[in-house]
Design a protein around this ligand. Structure first.
Ligand code: ME8
Length: 506
């Protein structure tokens, strides 16, 4: 089966920050998990490079829009590497291949009768690149998102007949109660539709930085009408000479934050309906990461700079923290203190140290060979049904819920060590069988949780799986079941997976 997952494409006129990293990591966790399930995955992220803000920023920097986007886009592409993201393609909307496909689509929508020429007059936010409808206008004609004054714009425009899709969109929502997740975002999008859809301006004649309308080159498209189509064009242009869209369209899930839900859950399906194309299967709308305003810690500096966090603690620590601290789907505060606590307690101690201790005991008491599978370890009931329940939660994209469940198992393994006290069992030859079962249970528990954790912390889990002699299993979700391992394999060396914070600072 094929699975296509996307992130928003980010505006290149700002620096990449943790908010961008968050969406991209979320999509990456989904992509990695689906690959573990044997799906043929196509995962796309990229940059949104047209629009008025780029023109304004380029002017301010005395450069051309093209030079500016060429300078900034690589920073976003570099971030994907920094945060260890496994995207299959990085799309840039200024690429000629994307622009040509966008023109094909709009020509088709034009030919299908869903555009017309008119005069636009209304309130416009240059930062949202969006005309605001009446109920979206803040006090004193300001933008409720950016808190800046809206501009009164009047110009000749081509319009997209969004209003024609009011009923089809209502039906789409009624027929697909999980089309937008989580549920409160579905309700938000539906109430926007129920409030009445008006036609939207599709083009601008006053600026030239954008994709020209094929039937009227004196107009360029509003950036959103070119940007949303990245999801459609990416499979067509990712591999020159090969069209992947037969395999990867419709998209399986678009991931984004709540700021751009209207475009994705309302405009985008309407555009595809106007084109006569199948709709994406699902949207997942997450919340905002908020800084709690506390003083920055010495070790972290600015936690909002993902590059800095990764330099100090590694990409896995950042990836883990975002999804453990903030429930995917809701807003949540992040803080340097929270990061340090989770890093030290959960990653360094509960996972990293559990692994080091377990391996050290297998080495010391059993010459580095994992004991053969015993009749019973005492952990079976804790792990029963884990693979199925994890899969079910992943299918609902509950990325934080999955992590919560896995962490209960990690904590169970820590308690197991204390309860069994292998160091005591080792002193009593008559309890050798119990010691075998305990050491097998630890290796097997670590193997299982590491496969489950792999999408979140790919580097550390790969190291740990190699050290317990199961390197090749890390990519296979079907093996994430306690008791499938026979034991008997040799273990290897394992450097500390998450060095304690003090040692990093020194
Ligand atoms: O809107 N918390 O681009 P953009 C969580 N180009 N996520 C955050 C965040 C935060 N504090 N800040 C940003 C655009 N994001 C358009 C998208 S798509 C066809 C075009 C993430 O650079 C989140 O995914 O403003 C949000 O939706 C996106 O960045 C906005 O990125």
């Amino acid at each position: 089966m094929s699975f296509y997952v996307t992130t928003p494409i980010y505006y290149v006129n700002a620096e990449p920050h943790l908010g961008h990293a968050y969406s991209t990591i979320g999509a990456d966790v989904i992509a990695r998990h689906m690959r573990q399930r044997g799906e043929d995955v196509f995962f796309v992220t990229g940059t949104d490079e047209h629009g008025e803000p780029v023109v304004v920023a380029a002017e301010a920097q005395n450069t051309t829009p093209q030079e500016m986007v060429d300078r900034n886009a690589p920073r976003f592409e570099a971030l994907t590497e920094t945060i260890d993201v496994s995207n299959d393609f990085f799309i840039r909307t200024t690429s000629p291949a994307h622009m040509a496909e966008v023109q094909n689509v709009w020509q088709q929508i034009h030919d299908n009768g869903y555009v017309y020429k008119g005069q636009y007059e209304g309130w416009y936010c240059p930062k949202c690149a969006d005309f605001k409808s009446e109920h979206e206008i803040g006090e004193d004609n300001s933008c409720p998102i950016h808190h800046i004054p809206l501009d009164r714009e009047s110009e000749e425009s081509w319009f997209f007949k969004l209003s024609a899709f009011q009923e089809p969109l209502q039906k789409l929502f009624a027929d697909n109660p999980e089309w937008v997740l989580p549920r409160h975002r579905y309700n938000e999008a539906l109430s926007f539709i129920d409030g009445g859809l008006r036609d939207v301006a599709l083009s601008r004649s006053k600026i030239s930085w954008g994709v020209e309308l094929p039937w009227d080159p004196s107009h360029v498209m509003y950036v959103w009408f070119d940007a949303l189509l990245n999801y459609w064009t990416a499979p067509k242009i990712a591999r020159p000479g090969e069209d992947l869209s037969g395999k990867f369209w419709p998209a399986s899930v678009h991931v984004m934050a709540k700021d751009i839900i209207k475009f994705h859950a309302v405009y985008w399906p309407a555009m595809l309906m106007a084109l006569g194309a199948p709709l994406p299967e699902r949207m997942f709308v997450h919340g905002y990461l908020l800084m709690d305003g506390e003083k920055m810690s010495k070790s972290l500096g600015n936690v909002l700079d993902p590059v800095h966090v990764v330099e100090l603690f590694g990409s896995d620590a950042l990836r883990f923290y975002c999804f453990r601290e903030v429930s995917f789907g809701n807003d949540g505060s992040i803080s340097t203190a929270g990061f340090e606590t989770r890093y030290n307690t959960e990653l360094a101690n509960e996972y990293g140290n559990l692994a080091s201790r377990s391996l050290a005991m297998i080495k010391k008491y059993r010459d580095g060979i994992v004991p053969a599978k015993p009749v019973v370890t005492g952990l079976e009931s804790d792990f029963a049904g884990t693979r199925e329940s994890t899969q079910a939660r992943f299918d609902k994209l509950e990325l934080s819920g999955v992590l919560d469940d896995i962490w209960l198992l990690v904590r169970r393994l820590n308690r197991f060590v204390e309860e069994q006290a292998p160091w005591k069992l080792a002193k009593d030859e008559s309890r050798a069988g119990e010691l075998d079962a305990t050491l097998y249970g630890l290796a097997e528990g670590l193997r299982t949780v590491s496969i489950l954790l792999h999408p979140y912390i790919p580097k550390s889990t790969a190291k740990l799986m190699a050290a317990i002699g199961c390197a090749e299993q890390v990519d296979d979700f079907s093996l994430a079941e306690f008791g499938l391992g026979d034991g008997g394999q040799s273990i290897g060396e394992l450097e500390p997976l998450f060095p304690k914070l003090e040692s990093v600072e020194n």
